[in-house]
Ligand binder design. Structure first.
Ligand SMILES: *Cc1c(COP(=O)(O)O)cnc(C)c1O
Length: 437
């Protein structure tokens, strides 16, 4: 299988080339040139199927020219030492828990897979890479954990001083070894600007094997399809109803990955795109008009995106056809007030803490079940993070805080190790040359 940019279908790349490039040179996103057909494989899965088996199947099917079956199997084992869980909460509704990985959010699936695949290709070619990334908190912690102790890879993470939560700072700064954290005297925008400038600095790019690992990377998108397939394998023997997936969305990478699974033959009746007040995509689905705009801060802040980067991939899947996209994806917008009341209700009725993003998804699912499915059909609603990562919002909604997951608890005892730098490209260049050239 080859991959091409959403903006230029002529220049075809291997998977390995696409993941080390990240963004295509023309500014587009890498997408598969064709859809594999795994329908008969999917129909053979059952409740004993593991996420690793699914990862092996899809990885090998996408890259038979680049990997042997054995290599695909090794990557699949190594990438996922953790697994999703599925839990029925109502007659027609299950929650798919994607927060049992090292950073307690679903981004672990993408980051761990990308790290494992990069390590594999680097070893094969006997080369090194330096991952350079800026973070406002969450993405960086998933990347740091995923690349920790990977051979031939150094990771440099820039974060704005004083502007990430104490827990996020621990996640970024306590690993050490091949993970270098740099506290920047400036904002997240400064960090992002420095990284962007570094990638177009000829001297630096000649000197160092810099690469990115941000959320538009194809190597983070593909593995997010695996848990949709896994959820189907868990439910298919019990259900003869139609399955819908509800996805709390910001940049729409997660939802796009679900759509990929459907294109490969997963029997899905439809997807629900659940957003907070940043509802550019639900609005497009309703009106046919795509109007990106600055983001609005909400309680589900990982979804505060005004111009979703993966929308370009979604458009590509549906040949930019509005009616086609609408036939498969329905939008639902949930307010902050509804987010808090849903968190409270799940705590009071089910003794269950859910994170604000997950709350957006479950309320959207409940509305969809009541208004559209009316007694038939089944919804799998994705839980994107552990509630313990959003203590302030829990406090506000419920007046109580959930326990932190064990992986995060142990971090609080560890020492912060970080460098401090000013907010210019010159500062970063000097640092990188001193440490890695
Ligand atoms: C990143 C994130 C989302 C949004 O996912 P997208 O792929 O950007 O749509 C939702 N919830 C949490 C907790 C996240 O970290």
């Amino acid at each position: 299988m080859k991959f091409y940019s959403t903006r230029n279908h002529q220049a075809k790349k291997s998977f390995s080339e696409a993941i080390f490039q990240g963004l295509a040179p023309d500014g587009g996103l890498y997408v598969p040139e064709d859809w594999i057909n795994l329908k008969s494989d999917f129909l053979e899965l059952n409740h004993q199927t593991t996420i690793n088996e699914i990862a092996e199947l899809v990885t090998y099917s996408l890259m038979p020219e680049e990997l042997s079956r054995k290599e695909a199997s090794d990557i699949a084992q190594k990438a996922f030492p953790f697994a999703p869980k599925i839990d029925k909460v109502k007659d027609q509704l299950s929650i798919l828990e994607l927060y049992h990985g090292p950073s307690s959010a679903f981004k672990d699936f993408g980051a761990n897979y990308l790290a494992t695949v990069m390590e594999h290709f680097l070893k094969g070619d006997n080369r090194k890479a330096i991952i350079l990334t800026a973070t406002s908190g969450d993405t960086g912690s998933a990347v740091a954990q995923a690349f920790y102790e990977k051979d031939n890879i150094e990771v440099v993470i820039l974060y704005p001083s004083g502007r990430v939560s104490p827990l996020q700072e621990k996640q970024l700064t306590t690993l050490g070894k091949n993970i270098t954290a740099i506290e920047i005297e400036g904002s997240f925008d400064d960090c992002q600007k420095m990284v962007k400038e570094a990638f177009v600095d000829e001297e630096l790019m000649k000197l160092l094997p810099l690469t990115s690992a941000n959320s538009i990377n194809l190597g983070r998108l593909i593995p997010q399809s695996f848990y949709y397939i896994w959820a189907f394998s868990q439910l298919k023997e019990q259900l003869d109803e139609e399955i819908y997936y509800c996805v709390p969305s910001g940049n729409f990478g997660n939802l796009t990955a679900g759509i990929y699974a459907w294109k490969w033959g997963l029997p899905v009746s439809g997807f629900l795109a659940a957003t907070n007040a940043n509802d550019v995509v639900p609005e497009y689905l309703q009106k046919g008009d795509y109007q990106p705009r600055p983001s609005i801060p909400t309680y589900s802040n990982a979804m505060d995106v005004g111009n979703p980067s993966n929308f370009e991939r979604l458009r590509h899947v549906f040949d930019d056809n509005w009616n086609l996209m609408r036939s498969m994806i329905q939008g639902e917008t949930i307010s902050d007030k509804e987010t808090l009341s849903t968190m409270k209700r799940y705590y009071e009725e089910k003794n269950r803490f859910i994170c604000p993003h997950t709350a957006v998804g479950v309320l959207a699912s409940e509305n969809f079940l009541a208004e559209y499915l009316k007694g038939s059909g089944y919804v799998v609603s994705l839980a994107t993070a552990h509630a313990g990562k959003f203590l302030e919002v829990s406090q506000k909604a419920i007046g109580r805080e959930p326990e932190l997951p064990e992986t995060l608890k142990s971090l609080l005892k560890k020492e912060k190790q970080a460098y401090s730098l000013g907010n210019t490209l010159a500062d970063l260049k000097t640092f990188l040359k001193d440490h890695f050239a």
